[in-house]
Design a protein around this ligand. Structure first.
Ligand SMILES: NC(=O)c1ccc[n+]([C@@H]2O[C@H](COP(=O)([O-])OP(=O)(O)OC[C@H]3O[C@@H](n4cnc5c(N)ncnc54)[C@H](OP(=O)(O)O)[C@@H]3O)[C@@H](O)[C@H]2O)c1
Length: 281
């Protein structure tokens, strides 16, 4: 008998659309093995999937959607415009190609992957995403790795705010000023790298202490800490049990003592990848 479906909590986009607070990251998941893992996540109850043209696995994600048997209209498949596809026409071609690989007529959410300021094409790319949404090729649009002033540039040129900004975020990188800016402007924050693997978060004593107190894994504490702030998390796991654990957070109640301990893990804003300098293609 299969395990009961996960019950995943939701936040809402600025237009009121319910949006899952826990999604499934797919980077590195490729081929038949990747299909099995991603389809497994959908069968578990995950409804938000995160991919990107840059990950080279959109066809894998599309196949997983078909294998799962879940109607694509019930899923929010996120993809991202790669650095090399920035610009007015290139972004349009980029999304069209992504949809072909995904086998979908429309993407649930399309983000500009990185601002890449050296090319100066983010505003043109954003104009195109605004059009693509109007045309129905993207249900929702947003950005990733944009700093507040980089978002303001898009809005000054178009009058349209991103619905989502996906940024590097975990208890090691709490990004409080970005979160405050997003809240002020109705932007939903998504956290990538929510387990802080790049920052060695899991082995931190403070995190382990909170996890032991609640009898759960350090991973679940990191994710619950984010979800409690209405931040969407997109952890990736190749392990079926960990995949379920990552979306089973309701029974955890973090108190002030826990939050103070988790607050001690902050490495400071400078430890996050800086999109004024870091670019990806
Ligand atoms: N917008 C961007 O620029 C950007 C950048 C990076 C990533 N992303 C997105 O964010 C998603 C998540 O980030 P990420 O993949 O870098 O890292 P992550 O989800 O923070 O961490 C993934 C790692 O954590 C392990 N893990 C997962 N659940 C666990 C658990 N319950 N206990 C112990 N270990 C666990 C996984 O190993 P196992 O597989 O063995 O469980 C894997 O090695 C990506 O898949 C991608 O979709 C976006």
């Amino acid at each position: 008998m299969s395990a009961p479906q996960l019950t995943i909590p939701h936040t809402a986009l600025a237009d009121g659309t319910p949006f899952p607070l826990i999604g499934f990251g797919t980077v590195k998941f490729q081929g038949p093995d990747g299909v099995e893992k991603i389809a497994g996540a959908i069968e578990d109850g995950y409804r938000l999937l995160d991919t990107a043209a840059q990950y080279g696995n959109e066809a894998t994600v599309g196949e997983a959607v078909r294998v799962s048997g879940v109607d694509p209209s019930e899923l929010i498949v996120t993809t991202k415009i790669a650095g090399g596809d920035q610009g007015r026409e290139a972004a349009r071609t980029g999304l069209t190609e992504s949809l072909r690989r995904l086998g979908l007529e429309s993407a649930g959410l399309v983000l500009i992957h990185w601002p890449n300021p050296s090319r100066g094409l983010a505003v043109d790319t954003w104009r195109t995403l605004v059009e693509l949404k109007t045309e129905g090729l993207a249900a929702h649009i947003g950005v990733s790795n944009f700093r507040p002033e980089q978002i303001e540039e898009l809005v000054e040129a178009t009058g349209v705010w991103p619905e989502v900004n996906q940024i590097q975020l975990s208890p090691a990188l709490p990004r409080q000023s970005a979160l405050a800016f997003h809240r002020e402007h109705g932007i939903v924050t998504e956290g990538w790298g929510p387990l802080g693997g790049r920052e060695g978060l899991a082995s931190q004593f403070a995190l382990q202490k909170v996890a032991e107190k609640h009898g759960v894994s350090p991973t679940q504490i990191s994710l619950k800490w984010a979800v409690d702030q209405d931040v969407v998390v997109i952890p990736r796991s190749s392990d079926p049990q960990r995949r379920r654990d990552n979306a089973t957070l309701d029974a955890i109640t973090l108190d002030q003592e826990d939050l103070a301990l988790l607050g001690s893990l902050d490495l400071g804003e400078d430890a996050a990848w800086d999109s004024r300098e870091h670019e990806e293609w």
